[in-house]
Design a protein around this ligand. Structure first.
Ligand SMILES: Nc1ncnc2c1ncn2[C@@H]1O[C@H](COP(=O)(O)OP(=O)(O)O)[C@@H](O)[C@H]1O
Ligand SMILES: [Mg+2]
Length: 349
């Protein structure tokens, strides 16, 4: 691949209002460093694809918005001159062409000579582990193989930036996980600047150097996967990225009252009598004896998930609580279970 030059991406005040009046993106400014992998994460309809298309040049931002690659203003530069590679959920391959011809397409458009094209196509097929499929037509491939071809085609032309829009969504769970690991390795190996769109939090956590969580045409939070997961900026992010318990309790002198012995939590500054919300993730609570417990709850349901068992408890004041235990323990419905929350895992709102 091309030697160490990477391309940073900057959007300055980029909003998007479609002709029908839909405001898909509020004016947004972001910076992506050269070589960085940023994941745009958010629910369907929040504006991820729109932002990606603005970076690609498939969509113009509203007046006042600018797109910069390094220090070049590319706002008015059409997609074919921006040198970006794109991979979509729907593959968008040419069905009447062989695998090799699909991968060669961009190189031929750019008028590389035949020998160069063949070398590069072989290299790409090798990299994507599809070397024996070159002569196949696209409709003879599985979904996973198609997506490898799409990736190979996008990378073959050595784009400055790789844009991926839910590339794994159409694949089954096992394949998705495998290809995700491969894409991760690929992006790191290439050192390319990449923007990866997904609504799948586990994909985002695994792939992103940073995650931009989006909601309603806006960025709700940017941060590393650990920052987003452990220090969500607000309830939307906490809910969207992982599972979170939210228990309403009342502040007492000795802690927060959830309908049992008050839970001692550092840093509760609200005066006694105030209602607060305790937020914690299932893995930040442990099952302990009733004597050691912060509070207890009755098992309402339990799901065996193989590596762990997820329990839904009903706390004394009636609120549901989700707790994970190791996969080896089993629990009876209505059994009373003691729960202790790890202090470092609690947030109070
Ligand atoms: N061409 C368009 N015309 C009108 N509305 C659009 C168009 N494309 C997308 N939208 C709307 O803009 C919003 C954001 O869409 P999109 O960026 O595709 O979201 P996401 O990729 O996060 O699912 C949605 O409400 C969608 O319906
Ligand atoms: Mg989309």
């Amino acid at each position: 691949m091309s030697a160490g030059t990477t391309t940073s991406v900057r959007l300055v005040d980029c909003g998007k209002t479609f002709p029908d009046g839909t405001k898909a993106l509020e004016p947004t400014s972001i910076e992506i460093a050269g070589g960085e992998t940023v994941v745009l994460l958010g629910p369907s309809g929040c504006g991820k694809t729109t932002m990606l298309r603005i970076i690609a040049g498939l969509e113009q931002p509203d007046d006042g918005g600018a797109v910069l690659f390094n220090d070049d203003d590319v706002t008015a530069v059409p997609i074919e001159k921006r040198n970006v590679g794109m991979v979509f959920q729907s593959y968008a391959l040419f069905p009447n062409m062989s695998v090799a011809d699909n991968i060669a397409y961009g190189l031929r458009v750019r008028k590389h000579d035949g020998a160069q094209v063949r070398t590069r196509v072989d290299e790409m097929m090798e990299m994507m582990d599809i070397a024996d499929l070159g002569a196949r037509s696209i409709d003879q491939l599985s979904g996973g193989q198609r997506q490898r071809v799409a990736l190979a085609r996008a990378i073959a032309v050595q784009p400055r930036i790789l844009l991926l829009d839910e590339p794994l969504t159409a694949l089954d769970a096992l394949l998705r996980e495998r290809l995700r690991v491969e894409i991760d390795g690929l992006l790191r190996g290439l050192g390319i600047t990449a923007v990866y769109v997904t609504h799948d939090q586990s994909e985002a956590l695994a792939l992103g150097d940073r995650i931009f969580v989006m909601s309603n045409g806006q960025i709700a939070q940017t941060g590393t996967p650990r920052e987003i997961y452990h220090a969500p900026a607000n309830a939307f992010v906490a809910d969207f990225v992982g599972t979170v318990n939210r228990l309403i309790g009342t502040v007492r002198k000795s802690g927060v009252d959830l309908g049992g012995r008050p839970v001692r939590i550092d840093g509760v500054s609200a005066p006694a009598g105030t209602e607060v919300e305790l937020l914690f993730r299932p893995e930040d609570a442990d099952i302990v004896s009733l004597k050691e417990a912060d509070f207890s709850g009755k098992v309402q349901t339990s799901f065996f998930l193989g590596s762990r068992t997820r329990l839904v408890l009903t706390a004394a004041n009636g609120q549901p609580v989700i707790i994970d235990s190791s996969g080896r323990e089993s629990f009876a419905i209505d059994q009373e279970i003691g729960v202790r929350i790890r202090p470092e895992g609690v947030r109070i709102e």
